[in-house]
Design a protein around this ligand. Sequence first.
Ligand code: HAM
Length: 469
Amino acid sequence: MAKKQGATAAKKAVAPKGKWIPKAPRGMRDVLFEEALVREKIQNIAFEQARYYLYDRIETPILEDTELFLRSVGDTTDIIEKQMYNLKTEGGTQLTMRPEGTAGVVRSFIEQGMQNLPQPVKLFYYGPMFRHENPQRGRLRQLSQFGVEVLGDISSSYDAEVILIFFNILKQLKIKDLVVEINSIGDKSCRSIWRTKLRDYYRNKLPKVCKDCRNRFQRNPFRLLDCKEKECVEYRAGAPTMLDNLCHDCNSHFKGVLEFLDELEIPYALSPYLVRGLDYYTRTVFEIFSNPAFFEKQAKEQKKEEEVKKGEGGGTEGQEVASSTPLALAGGGRYDDLVKMLGGKDTPAMGGAIGIDRVADLVGKSMNLSEEHNVRVFLVQLGMIAKRKLMKLREVFRKEKISVAESFGRDSIKAQLKIADRLQADFVLILGQREALDDTIILRDMKTGSQEIIPLPKIFDEIKKRLKK
Ligand code: HAM
Protein backbone atom coordinates (compact mmCIF):
# COMPACT_ATOMS: atom_id res chain seq x y z
CA MET A 1 0.00 0.00 0.00
CA ALA A 2 2.79 2.42 0.89
CA LYS A 3 4.31 1.96 -2.58
CA LYS A 4 1.03 2.64 -4.33
CA GLN A 5 0.30 5.60 -2.10
CA GLY A 6 3.82 6.99 -2.63
CA ALA A 7 3.46 6.73 -6.39
CA THR A 8 0.10 8.50 -6.32
CA ALA A 9 1.40 11.18 -4.02
CA ALA A 10 4.42 11.72 -6.29
CA LYS A 11 2.11 12.04 -9.29
CA LYS A 12 -0.12 14.53 -7.50
CA ALA A 13 2.73 16.62 -6.08
CA VAL A 14 3.96 19.02 -8.71
CA ALA A 15 7.20 20.84 -7.98
CA PRO A 16 6.57 24.60 -7.91
CA LYS A 17 8.26 26.61 -10.63
CA GLY A 18 10.91 29.19 -9.75
CA LYS A 19 13.46 29.32 -6.95
CA TRP A 20 12.86 26.98 -4.03
CA ILE A 21 14.78 27.10 -0.77
CA PRO A 22 14.49 23.94 1.36
CA LYS A 23 13.23 24.76 4.87
CA ALA A 24 12.05 22.78 7.89
CA PRO A 25 8.27 23.05 8.43
CA ARG A 26 7.10 25.92 10.64
CA GLY A 27 7.38 25.11 14.34
CA MET A 28 9.81 22.24 13.65
CA ARG A 29 13.56 22.46 13.65
CA ASP A 30 16.93 20.78 13.36
CA VAL A 31 18.86 19.98 16.52
CA LEU A 32 22.58 20.32 15.95
CA PHE A 33 26.02 20.25 17.53
CA GLU A 34 26.08 21.59 21.13
CA GLU A 35 22.30 21.55 21.42
CA ALA A 36 22.25 17.88 20.45
CA LEU A 37 24.84 17.19 23.15
CA VAL A 38 22.80 19.06 25.75
CA ARG A 39 19.74 16.98 24.86
CA GLU A 40 21.75 13.79 25.01
CA LYS A 41 22.86 14.69 28.55
CA ILE A 42 19.28 15.42 29.60
CA GLN A 43 18.17 12.13 28.09
CA ASN A 44 20.92 10.21 29.92
CA ILE A 45 19.99 11.79 33.27
CA ALA A 46 16.29 11.06 32.65
CA PHE A 47 16.93 7.42 31.68
CA GLU A 48 19.17 6.93 34.69
CA GLN A 49 16.43 8.19 37.01
CA ALA A 50 13.77 6.01 35.38
CA ARG A 51 15.99 2.94 35.61
CA TYR A 52 16.81 3.66 39.25
CA TYR A 53 13.12 3.55 40.16
CA LEU A 54 12.75 0.35 38.06
CA TYR A 55 10.79 1.69 35.10
CA ASP A 56 11.03 -0.25 31.82
CA ARG A 57 11.39 1.46 28.47
CA ILE A 58 8.51 1.41 26.01
CA GLU A 59 8.48 2.67 22.43
CA THR A 60 5.10 3.13 20.79
CA PRO A 61 4.36 4.16 17.18
CA ILE A 62 4.34 7.84 16.26
CA LEU A 63 1.11 7.23 14.33
CA GLU A 64 -1.95 5.89 16.13
CA ASP A 65 -5.63 5.57 15.19
CA THR A 66 -7.23 9.02 15.50
CA GLU A 67 -9.97 7.36 17.55
CA LEU A 68 -7.46 6.62 20.34
CA PHE A 69 -6.82 10.33 20.96
CA LEU A 70 -10.48 11.31 20.56
CA ARG A 71 -11.42 8.79 23.24
CA SER A 72 -8.58 9.62 25.66
CA VAL A 73 -7.42 13.24 25.34
CA GLY A 74 -11.04 14.44 25.06
CA ASP A 75 -12.88 16.13 22.21
CA THR A 76 -13.29 19.48 23.97
CA THR A 77 -9.54 20.00 24.54
CA ASP A 78 -7.32 22.36 22.52
CA ILE A 79 -5.26 19.37 21.39
CA ILE A 80 -8.25 17.67 19.76
CA GLU A 81 -10.05 20.80 18.61
CA LYS A 82 -7.08 22.59 17.07
CA GLN A 83 -3.75 20.79 17.23
CA MET A 84 -3.93 17.31 15.70
CA TYR A 85 -1.87 16.29 12.68
CA ASN A 86 -4.34 13.94 11.01
CA LEU A 87 -3.88 11.90 7.85
CA LYS A 88 -5.93 9.43 5.92
CA THR A 89 -4.31 6.43 4.25
CA GLU A 90 -5.34 5.25 0.76
CA GLY A 91 -7.28 2.48 2.50
CA GLY A 92 -9.29 5.12 4.37
CA THR A 93 -7.77 4.59 7.84
CA GLN A 94 -7.73 7.79 9.85
CA LEU A 95 -4.39 8.18 11.67
CA THR A 96 -2.92 10.92 13.88
CA MET A 97 0.67 11.86 14.69
CA ARG A 98 0.71 11.41 18.45
CA PRO A 99 0.26 14.72 20.29
CA GLU A 100 1.30 13.08 23.59
CA GLY A 101 2.53 9.73 24.89
CA THR A 102 0.05 8.49 27.50
CA ALA A 103 -2.71 7.35 25.12
CA GLY A 104 -0.28 5.15 23.15
CA VAL A 105 1.15 3.62 26.34
CA VAL A 106 -2.33 2.77 27.61
CA ARG A 107 -3.28 1.31 24.21
CA SER A 108 -0.18 -0.87 24.36
CA PHE A 109 -0.86 -1.85 28.01
CA ILE A 110 -4.24 -3.22 26.93
CA GLU A 111 -3.18 -4.68 23.58
CA GLN A 112 -0.09 -6.44 24.94
CA GLY A 113 -1.94 -7.90 27.94
CA MET A 114 0.16 -6.03 30.50
CA GLN A 115 -2.80 -6.28 32.91
CA ASN A 116 -1.66 -9.87 33.47
CA LEU A 117 1.82 -8.84 34.64
CA PRO A 118 2.58 -8.17 38.32
CA GLN A 119 1.21 -4.68 39.04
CA PRO A 120 2.13 -1.90 38.93
CA VAL A 121 3.71 -1.85 35.49
CA LYS A 122 6.16 1.06 35.40
CA LEU A 123 7.13 2.37 31.96
CA PHE A 124 9.15 5.26 30.51
CA TYR A 125 9.45 6.70 27.00
CA TYR A 126 11.27 9.36 25.05
CA GLY A 127 10.44 10.78 21.68
CA PRO A 128 8.76 13.33 19.45
CA MET A 129 5.15 14.48 19.79
CA PHE A 130 3.26 16.69 17.32
CA ARG A 131 0.89 19.56 18.09
CA HIS A 132 -0.28 22.09 15.55
CA GLU A 133 0.34 25.04 17.89
CA ASN A 134 0.93 28.67 17.08
CA PRO A 135 4.75 28.43 17.12
CA GLN A 136 6.54 30.65 19.64
CA ARG A 137 9.29 30.34 22.22
CA GLY A 138 8.70 27.12 24.19
CA ARG A 139 5.79 26.11 21.94
CA LEU A 140 6.85 23.91 19.05
CA ARG A 141 4.87 21.83 16.60
CA GLN A 142 7.34 18.96 16.97
CA LEU A 143 8.35 18.65 20.61
CA SER A 144 10.22 15.96 22.49
CA GLN A 145 9.03 14.46 25.73
CA PHE A 146 10.41 12.11 28.33
CA GLY A 147 7.51 10.50 30.17
CA VAL A 148 6.85 7.94 32.90
CA GLU A 149 3.65 5.99 33.55
CA VAL A 150 2.72 3.74 36.50
CA LEU A 151 -0.21 1.46 35.70
CA GLY A 152 -2.04 -0.74 38.18
CA ASP A 153 -1.65 0.93 41.58
CA ILE A 154 -3.76 3.58 43.26
CA SER A 155 -1.36 4.42 46.09
CA SER A 156 -0.54 8.11 46.52
CA SER A 157 3.12 7.06 46.87
CA TYR A 158 3.21 6.68 43.07
CA ASP A 159 1.85 10.20 42.54
CA ALA A 160 4.77 11.36 44.69
CA GLU A 161 7.25 9.04 42.94
CA VAL A 162 6.40 10.43 39.49
CA ILE A 163 6.78 14.01 40.72
CA LEU A 164 10.00 13.04 42.50
CA ILE A 165 11.52 11.60 39.31
CA PHE A 166 10.92 14.83 37.38
CA PHE A 167 12.06 16.91 40.31
CA ASN A 168 15.30 14.89 40.57
CA ILE A 169 16.00 15.23 36.84
CA LEU A 170 15.49 19.00 36.88
CA LYS A 171 17.53 19.35 40.08
CA GLN A 172 20.36 17.27 38.64
CA LEU A 173 20.34 19.64 35.66
CA LYS A 174 20.86 22.44 38.20
CA ILE A 175 17.63 24.22 37.34
CA LYS A 176 16.89 26.69 40.12
CA ASP A 177 13.66 27.80 41.83
CA LEU A 178 11.73 24.62 41.09
CA VAL A 179 8.17 24.54 42.28
CA VAL A 180 5.46 21.94 41.76
CA GLU A 181 2.00 23.38 41.21
CA ILE A 182 -0.49 20.78 42.32
CA ASN A 183 -4.23 20.24 42.54
CA SER A 184 -6.77 17.45 42.85
CA ILE A 185 -9.67 17.38 40.41
CA GLY A 186 -11.43 14.54 42.25
CA ASP A 187 -13.01 11.47 40.72
CA LYS A 188 -16.17 10.77 38.73
CA SER A 189 -18.47 10.97 41.73
CA CYS A 190 -17.27 14.12 43.47
CA ARG A 191 -16.59 15.91 40.20
CA SER A 192 -20.22 15.96 39.21
CA ILE A 193 -21.00 18.23 42.19
CA TRP A 194 -18.19 20.54 41.12
CA ARG A 195 -19.46 20.53 37.54
CA THR A 196 -22.89 21.74 38.69
CA LYS A 197 -21.34 24.44 40.87
CA LEU A 198 -19.11 25.60 38.01
CA ARG A 199 -22.08 25.89 35.65
CA ASP A 200 -24.00 27.86 38.29
CA TYR A 201 -21.05 30.21 38.68
CA TYR A 202 -20.44 30.77 34.97
CA ARG A 203 -24.07 30.88 33.77
CA ASN A 204 -24.55 34.64 34.06
CA LYS A 205 -20.96 35.35 32.94
CA LEU A 206 -21.30 33.56 29.62
CA PRO A 207 -21.75 36.70 27.51
CA LYS A 208 -18.40 37.93 28.86
CA VAL A 209 -16.18 34.83 28.40
CA CYS A 210 -14.56 33.90 25.07
CA LYS A 211 -16.43 32.12 22.27
CA ASP A 212 -14.64 28.79 22.85
CA CYS A 213 -15.59 28.85 26.51
CA ARG A 214 -19.23 29.57 25.69
CA ASN A 215 -19.18 26.39 23.61
CA ARG A 216 -17.44 24.44 26.34
CA PHE A 217 -19.88 25.52 29.05
CA GLN A 218 -22.33 22.69 28.33
CA ARG A 219 -19.94 20.04 27.03
CA ASN A 220 -17.11 20.40 29.55
CA PRO A 221 -17.21 23.33 32.01
CA PHE A 222 -13.81 22.34 33.54
CA ARG A 223 -12.17 23.58 30.35
CA LEU A 224 -13.25 27.14 31.24
CA LEU A 225 -10.66 27.03 34.04
CA ASP A 226 -7.92 26.10 31.59
CA CYS A 227 -8.60 28.92 29.09
CA LYS A 228 -5.72 31.35 28.57
CA GLU A 229 -7.88 34.24 27.20
CA LYS A 230 -7.56 37.35 29.37
CA GLU A 231 -11.28 37.78 30.13
CA CYS A 232 -11.64 34.09 31.07
CA VAL A 233 -8.59 34.18 33.36
CA GLU A 234 -10.13 37.16 35.18
CA TYR A 235 -13.47 35.42 35.77
CA ARG A 236 -11.77 32.26 36.92
CA ALA A 237 -10.61 33.97 40.12
CA GLY A 238 -13.98 33.59 41.85
CA ALA A 239 -14.94 30.15 40.49
CA PRO A 240 -15.61 27.28 42.93
CA THR A 241 -12.59 25.01 43.38
CA MET A 242 -12.46 21.23 43.40
CA LEU A 243 -10.35 21.27 46.55
CA ASP A 244 -13.42 22.55 48.44
CA ASN A 245 -15.59 19.79 46.97
CA LEU A 246 -13.44 16.63 47.21
CA CYS A 247 -15.11 13.48 48.58
CA HIS A 248 -13.55 11.73 51.57
CA ASP A 249 -11.48 9.24 49.53
CA CYS A 250 -10.13 11.84 47.08
CA ASN A 251 -9.35 14.17 49.94
CA SER A 252 -7.34 11.59 51.86
CA HIS A 253 -5.55 10.51 48.67
CA PHE A 254 -4.54 14.11 47.98
CA LYS A 255 -3.49 14.61 51.60
CA GLY A 256 -1.32 11.52 51.22
CA VAL A 257 0.40 12.94 48.13
CA LEU A 258 1.14 16.25 49.89
CA GLU A 259 2.51 14.45 52.94
CA PHE A 260 4.93 12.48 50.73
CA LEU A 261 6.04 15.71 49.05
CA ASP A 262 6.54 17.33 52.47
CA GLU A 263 8.65 14.39 53.60
CA LEU A 264 10.73 14.55 50.41
CA GLU A 265 11.12 18.33 50.85
CA ILE A 266 9.76 19.04 47.38
CA PRO A 267 8.43 22.62 47.29
CA TYR A 268 4.86 22.79 46.06
CA ALA A 269 2.05 25.32 45.74
CA LEU A 270 -1.63 24.43 45.73
CA SER A 271 -3.01 25.56 42.41
CA PRO A 272 -6.81 25.24 42.81
CA TYR A 273 -7.63 26.06 39.18
CA LEU A 274 -5.11 23.72 37.58
CA VAL A 275 -7.11 21.24 35.47
CA ARG A 276 -4.55 20.60 32.65
CA GLY A 277 -5.26 20.48 28.94
CA LEU A 278 -6.17 16.78 28.70
CA ASP A 279 -9.45 15.20 29.78
CA TYR A 280 -8.26 11.84 31.09
CA TYR A 281 -7.14 13.08 34.51
CA THR A 282 -8.65 12.14 37.87
CA ARG A 283 -7.48 13.27 41.32
CA THR A 284 -3.87 14.56 41.29
CA VAL A 285 -2.72 16.95 38.56
CA PHE A 286 0.60 18.77 38.64
CA GLU A 287 2.97 20.97 36.66
CA ILE A 288 6.57 21.87 37.45
CA PHE A 289 8.00 25.35 36.89
CA SER A 290 11.24 27.15 37.44
CA ASN A 291 9.67 30.14 39.10
CA PRO A 292 11.82 32.65 41.01
CA ALA A 293 8.71 34.83 41.56
CA PHE A 294 7.21 32.08 43.72
CA PHE A 295 10.21 32.06 46.04
CA GLU A 296 10.36 35.86 46.16
CA LYS A 297 6.70 35.92 47.19
CA GLN A 298 7.31 33.21 49.78
CA ALA A 299 10.25 35.14 51.26
CA LYS A 300 8.14 38.33 51.43
CA GLU A 301 5.33 36.50 53.18
CA GLN A 302 7.71 34.91 55.63
CA LYS A 303 9.03 38.37 56.45
CA LYS A 304 5.51 39.68 56.88
CA GLU A 305 4.67 36.80 59.21
CA GLU A 306 7.73 37.53 61.29
CA GLU A 307 6.68 41.17 61.50
CA VAL A 308 3.19 40.15 62.62
CA LYS A 309 4.69 37.95 65.31
CA LYS A 310 6.73 40.92 66.49
CA GLY A 311 3.50 42.98 66.50
CA GLU A 312 4.71 45.38 63.80
CA GLY A 313 2.65 44.51 60.71
CA GLY A 314 -0.84 43.64 59.36
CA GLY A 315 -2.51 40.19 58.87
CA THR A 316 -1.28 37.24 56.80
CA GLU A 317 -2.88 36.32 53.49
CA GLY A 318 -3.90 32.75 54.39
CA GLN A 319 -3.22 29.68 52.22
CA GLU A 320 -0.44 29.88 49.61
CA VAL A 321 -1.78 29.98 46.08
CA ALA A 322 0.46 29.64 43.04
CA SER A 323 1.69 32.94 41.59
CA SER A 324 1.64 33.91 37.91
CA THR A 325 3.45 31.21 35.96
CA PRO A 326 6.00 30.88 33.17
CA LEU A 327 5.96 27.83 30.83
CA ALA A 328 5.68 24.44 32.52
CA LEU A 329 8.77 22.22 32.27
CA ALA A 330 6.80 19.08 33.14
CA GLY A 331 3.24 18.08 33.80
CA GLY A 332 1.08 15.08 34.53
CA GLY A 333 -1.38 13.48 36.84
CA ARG A 334 -3.48 10.48 37.74
CA TYR A 335 -5.79 8.86 35.19
CA ASP A 336 -7.63 6.10 37.05
CA ASP A 337 -10.42 5.72 34.45
CA LEU A 338 -8.48 5.76 31.18
CA VAL A 339 -7.54 2.06 30.86
CA LYS A 340 -11.18 1.07 31.35
CA MET A 341 -12.41 3.83 29.03
CA LEU A 342 -10.20 2.40 26.28
CA GLY A 343 -11.51 -1.13 26.76
CA GLY A 344 -9.14 -2.58 29.38
CA LYS A 345 -9.76 -3.77 32.95
CA ASP A 346 -10.32 -1.20 35.66
CA THR A 347 -6.71 -0.05 36.28
CA PRO A 348 -5.65 3.01 38.24
CA ALA A 349 -2.67 4.88 36.77
CA MET A 350 -0.40 7.87 37.26
CA GLY A 351 2.18 9.55 35.02
CA GLY A 352 3.76 12.66 33.64
CA ALA A 353 6.09 14.06 31.00
CA ILE A 354 8.95 16.54 30.77
CA GLY A 355 9.25 18.91 27.79
CA ILE A 356 12.81 18.31 26.59
CA ASP A 357 12.89 21.40 24.34
CA ARG A 358 11.96 23.75 27.17
CA VAL A 359 14.39 22.11 29.58
CA ALA A 360 17.22 22.18 27.01
CA ASP A 361 16.52 25.87 26.37
CA LEU A 362 16.85 26.59 30.04
CA VAL A 363 19.99 24.61 30.84
CA GLY A 364 21.73 24.80 27.46
CA LYS A 365 23.80 27.90 28.02
CA SER A 366 24.95 27.00 31.49
CA MET A 367 25.77 23.34 30.84
CA ASN A 368 29.45 22.46 30.91
CA LEU A 369 30.16 20.48 27.77
CA SER A 370 33.94 20.80 27.89
CA GLU A 371 34.26 17.14 28.97
CA GLU A 372 32.48 15.97 25.81
CA HIS A 373 34.86 17.92 23.63
CA ASN A 374 37.97 16.77 25.40
CA VAL A 375 40.26 15.31 22.72
CA ARG A 376 43.15 13.53 24.37
CA VAL A 377 45.05 12.29 21.30
CA PHE A 378 45.25 13.60 17.73
CA LEU A 379 46.57 11.33 14.96
CA VAL A 380 48.67 12.94 12.20
CA GLN A 381 49.57 10.85 9.15
CA LEU A 382 51.47 10.99 5.90
CA GLY A 383 50.63 8.40 3.25
CA MET A 384 48.36 5.38 2.87
CA ILE A 385 50.37 2.94 5.02
CA ALA A 386 50.37 5.45 7.90
CA LYS A 387 46.61 6.00 7.51
CA ARG A 388 45.92 2.26 7.70
CA LYS A 389 48.12 1.78 10.77
CA LEU A 390 46.56 4.74 12.55
CA MET A 391 43.05 3.58 11.73
CA LYS A 392 43.92 0.32 13.53
CA LEU A 393 45.61 2.13 16.43
CA ARG A 394 42.51 4.28 16.96
CA GLU A 395 40.55 1.09 17.72
CA VAL A 396 42.93 0.27 20.58
CA PHE A 397 42.22 3.70 22.13
CA ARG A 398 38.47 3.37 21.51
CA LYS A 399 38.33 0.15 23.54
CA GLU A 400 39.83 2.04 26.48
CA LYS A 401 37.48 5.04 25.91
CA ILE A 402 40.37 7.45 25.27
CA SER A 403 39.07 10.09 22.87
CA VAL A 404 41.00 10.34 19.64
CA ALA A 405 40.59 12.76 16.70
CA GLU A 406 42.09 12.69 13.20
CA SER A 407 41.86 14.32 9.83
CA PHE A 408 42.61 11.42 7.46
CA GLY A 409 41.24 13.45 4.55
CA ARG A 410 44.08 15.97 4.80
CA ASP A 411 47.58 15.23 3.56
CA SER A 412 49.50 18.25 4.79
CA ILE A 413 51.11 17.73 8.22
CA LYS A 414 50.88 21.47 8.89
CA ALA A 415 47.11 21.51 8.27
CA GLN A 416 46.64 18.48 10.53
CA LEU A 417 48.68 20.03 13.35
CA LYS A 418 46.57 23.17 13.10
CA ILE A 419 43.44 21.12 13.76
CA ALA A 420 45.10 19.32 16.69
CA ASP A 421 45.86 22.75 18.12
CA ARG A 422 42.30 23.98 17.66
CA LEU A 423 40.90 20.85 19.36
CA GLN A 424 43.35 21.35 22.25
CA ALA A 425 44.48 17.73 22.10
CA ASP A 426 46.84 16.70 24.93
CA PHE A 427 49.06 14.59 22.67
CA VAL A 428 49.73 14.36 18.94
CA LEU A 429 50.98 11.13 17.35
CA ILE A 430 52.71 11.62 14.01
CA LEU A 431 53.19 8.70 11.64
CA GLY A 432 55.20 9.67 8.55
CA GLN A 433 56.35 7.36 5.76
CA ARG A 434 59.64 6.69 7.53
CA GLU A 435 58.02 5.86 10.90
CA ALA A 436 55.52 3.61 9.12
CA LEU A 437 58.45 1.57 7.73
CA ASP A 438 60.37 1.57 11.06
CA ASP A 439 57.27 0.67 13.07
CA THR A 440 57.77 3.73 15.27
CA ILE A 441 55.71 6.87 15.92
CA ILE A 442 56.49 10.44 16.97
CA LEU A 443 54.86 11.49 20.24
CA ARG A 444 54.42 15.22 20.76
CA ASP A 445 53.33 16.56 24.13
CA MET A 446 51.21 19.59 23.22
CA LYS A 447 51.61 21.24 26.64
CA THR A 448 55.42 21.17 26.74
CA GLY A 449 56.09 21.01 22.99
CA SER A 450 58.59 18.14 23.58
CA GLN A 451 58.79 15.39 20.99
CA GLU A 452 60.20 11.84 21.01
CA ILE A 453 60.18 8.66 18.94
CA ILE A 454 58.43 5.63 20.49
CA PRO A 455 58.10 2.05 19.11
CA LEU A 456 54.56 1.78 17.68
CA PRO A 457 53.59 -1.35 19.73
CA LYS A 458 54.39 0.58 22.95
CA ILE A 459 52.60 3.83 22.17
CA PHE A 460 49.27 2.90 23.74
CA ASP A 461 50.83 2.06 27.15
CA GLU A 462 52.94 5.20 26.96
CA ILE A 463 49.92 7.45 26.37
CA LYS A 464 47.96 5.72 29.12
CA LYS A 465 50.85 6.26 31.54
CA ARG A 466 51.12 9.94 30.65
CA LEU A 467 47.36 10.56 30.87
CA LYS A 468 47.38 9.17 34.42
CA LYS A 469 50.00 11.69 35.59
P1 HAM B 1 1.59 18.05 28.68
O1 HAM B 1 1.50 18.98 29.86
O2 HAM B 1 0.70 18.34 27.53
O3 HAM B 1 1.33 16.60 29.25
O4 HAM B 1 3.08 18.01 28.17
C1 HAM B 1 4.15 17.75 29.06
C2 HAM B 1 5.25 18.77 28.85
O5 HAM B 1 5.61 18.82 27.46
C3 HAM B 1 4.87 20.21 29.18
O6 HAM B 1 4.99 20.47 30.55
C4 HAM B 1 5.86 21.00 28.36
O7 HAM B 1 7.10 21.11 29.03
C5 HAM B 1 6.05 20.13 27.12
N1 HAM B 1 5.26 20.66 25.99
C6 HAM B 1 3.94 20.55 25.80
N2 HAM B 1 3.58 21.16 24.65
C7 HAM B 1 4.70 21.69 24.12
C8 HAM B 1 5.00 22.43 22.93
N3 HAM B 1 4.07 22.74 22.04
N4 HAM B 1 6.28 22.79 22.69
C9 HAM B 1 7.26 22.46 23.57
N5 HAM B 1 7.04 21.76 24.70
C10 HAM B 1 5.78 21.38 24.97
C11 HAM B 1 1.29 15.48 28.46
O8 HAM B 1 1.65 15.44 27.32
C12 HAM B 1 0.83 14.26 29.23
N6 HAM B 1 0.84 13.11 28.31
C13 HAM B 1 1.72 13.98 30.41
C14 HAM B 1 1.26 12.81 31.19
C15 HAM B 1 1.83 11.57 31.19
N7 HAM B 1 0.22 12.75 32.00
C16 HAM B 1 0.12 11.53 32.51
N8 HAM B 1 1.09 10.81 31.99
